[in-house]
Ligand binder design. Structure first.
Ligand code: MF3
Ligand code: CO
Ligand code: CO
Length: 275
């Protein structure tokens, strides 16, 4: 049985217990601010993602914008991670580490940011095209964005996590793409990673029921080839086993009485490329 708990401003329920938190209006307000900052950072990056820029330069922009807004990058020091964002290029599925590597014409890259602002986490990622991108890569990116939004259409009270997962899986597999199983979306709020685990493939009607006040991410990773991943020796970078291209989009949302609110929507309408 899934357990739920109403949390007020304090929200000090035990981290990573199976209990799902139901937040109040103050929580929604906090998440709107953190989510907006996260989206504004990705908006700003659209003009910096060009051939020749290094992922470290992009990380520096994320750090500067976050701190200038009064936040801190939640990834900094998270389980030993030392950067302000993740930059996952081409066959990197997620958690690519920024560094001195320059982006090149034709790359696709996911940038994932999580500012912690006034105690709330805004977690979002988008794909970016670097210069001219092959049609096959563009199609993967388009379908992955559609997967996220079709999943979100299912995010309403009375539905379950499985309804979101099933919508994503159905659309991806219609295009013969693989849905990554090794990484999931997650509850968030005052904690970066909390219950529930949000799978991106599964049976309709399975898993925890969605209730007003739940906050979580949906962040499908979709591969042109097989779903299987492997972890590189740095302990973070996850890549496709068959080296096929991978794409991901992520939003942070809150379930309300009628459906959901997306906390991380782009204020400038730059939710998907081309920008
Ligand atoms: N932002 C990622 C997520 O969507 C988590 C990154 S953790 C890091 O959950 F340490 F790799 F940065
Ligand atoms: Co996330
Ligand atoms: Co993220």
């Amino acid at each position: 049985m899934t357990e739920y708990i109403h949390v007020g401003p304090e929200d000090r329920a035990e981290p990573r217990s199976h209990v799902i938190k139901l937040h109040d209006e103050a929580g929604f307000e906090g998440m709107r601010k953190a989510g907006r900052l996260a989206a504004e950072i990705l908006d700003e990056l659209t003009k910096h993602v060009v051939p020749g820029v290094t992922t470290q330069e992009l990380d520096d922009i994320v750090y500067r914008m976050t701190v200038d807004a009064g936040g801190v990058p939640a990834t900094l020091g998270y389980r030993g991670y030392t950067k302000s964002c993740c930059t996952s290029i081409n066959h990197v599925v997620c958690h690519g580490i920024p560094g001195e590597k320059a982006l090149k014409d034709g790359d696709i890259v996911n940038i994932d940011v999580t500012p912690l602002l006034d105690g709330w986490h805004g977690d979002t990622s988008r794909m970016f095209f670097v210069g001219d991108v092959p049609i096959k890569a563009k199609k993967l990116v388009d379908v992955t964005y559609e997967c996220l939004m079709l999943g979100l259409e299912q995010a309403k009270p009375g539905n379950t996590i499985g309804d979101i997962a099933h919508a994503i899986q159905t659309h991806a597999e219609k295009h013969r793409y693989g849905v990554v199983r090794d990484f999931c979306g997650h509850g968030l709020g005052r904690l970066f990673h909390d219950s529930p685990e949000v799978v991106h493939a599964g049976r309709a009607g399975s898993g925890p029921e969605l209730r007003p006040g739940m906050f979580f991410t949906v962040e499908p990773m979709i591969n042109i080839g097989r779903a299987d991943c492997k972890l590189l020796d740095d302990g973070w970078t996850a890549v496709t086993r068959d080296r096929s291209l991978s794409a991901q989009f992520e939003h942070s949302i809150g379930i309300n009485e009628t459906g959901h609110e997306i906390f991380t929507k782009s204020p400038r309408g730059l939710d998907r490329p081309p920008y």
